[in-house]
Design a protein around this ligand. Structure first.
Ligand code: NAD
Length: 250
């Protein structure tokens, strides 16, 4: 069977689908990923340090102002809207077919696309907290801060985004829930991720089924394990797949 049709038939016949996503699912919404040709790692962002250094815990502690400069410019992208990938996943959840989304993204677009059960492995730009008194703040507090480094309005402590930086551990509960979803999944959709950032990428190994669908524009080291590999845009492709299902073509 043609690859896309096979992916569509997996989705049509299942009510236990799980999605595992990365930065590539948000490029169609205008947020740059890390490793594409026009991703953050390949552009001259205008700093003396590479992005992986600037997004590390030690850099945040030592150069908080530079971190925030970079973070505001490249990771807090305003005015973005969910694309077809986020919207189709929202629709599949509504139909009771998708059990959850495990994402490495921090942009909140899966929730905006209608998904309720979203496990954010790397946190979210929408949550921020004071490192001293733990008071929580929304994204507007970071955007509207008059200072480069936002300070807590209660105690004056430094406010840090609730995102997992390099050198930081992932949340145990989010990891456990992700493992639970993956071990039980019938169909796994892996989309828009280079599968190179660990431990997140290693979670895919918990999937035990034979219906792994990988939609990614470039090759990954997991391609050999997938029943279907589509080297295409995740949003366009998922939109097409849903239309195939709804028009009775599969
Ligand atoms: P990555 O940049 O390493 O890989 C992205 C992959 O997506 C690439 O292999 C690329 O070929 C593919 N891709 C790009 N556009 C695509 C599209 N339209 N359809 C299908 N595939 C597409 O990203 P990653 O694997 O998520 O890992 C890097 C880290 O990036 C993650 O930890 C994440 O936290 C962080 N990040 C998140 C955002 C975001 O929240 N939107 C943005 C940048 C980086």
């Amino acid at each position: 069977m043609e690859a896309k049709r096979l992916a569509a038939s997996f989705i049509k016949d299942s009510s236990n689908i799980v999605a595992f996503t990365g930065a590539g699912v948000s490029t169609e919404s205008g947020i740059p990923d890390f490793r594409s040709a026009n991703g953050l790692y390949n552009m001259d962002a205008g700093y003396d340090y590479p992005p992986e250094v600037m997004l590390s815990r030690s850099f945040f502690i030592r150069h908080t102002d530079l971190f925030y400069d970079f973070y505001r410019k490249y990771l807090v992208v305003k005015g973005v809207i969910p694309n077809q990938c986020h919207l189709v996943l929202g629709e599949l959840e509504k139909r009771g077919k998708l059990k959850g989304v495990i994402t490495q993204n921090i942009d909140g677009l899966h929730q905006e696309g209608g998904c309720r059960n979203v496990l954010e492995l790397h946190g979210s730009v929408y949550r921020n907290y004071c490192m001293k008194c733990r008071k929580f703040f929304g994204l507007d507090y970071i955007i509207n801060s008059a200072e480069t480094v936002p300070r807590c309005d209660k105690c004056g402590g430094i406010v840090k985004p609730d995102v997992v930086l390099y050198e930081e551990a992932l949340d145990e509960e989010v990891l456990d829930r992700s493992v639970g979803l993956l071990t039980r999944a019938d169909v796994l959709l892996v989309m828009g991720t280079s599968l190179t950032v660990y431990p997140a990428a290693g979670l895919v190994n918990y999937y035990r089924g034979r219906k792994l669908v990988l939609i990614n524009r470039s090759k990954t080291s997991y391609d050999g394990r997938a029943a279907v590999v589509l080297r295409e845009k995740a949003g366009e492709t998922l939109g097409e797949i849903l239309r195939m299902i709804d028009s009775g073509k599969v």
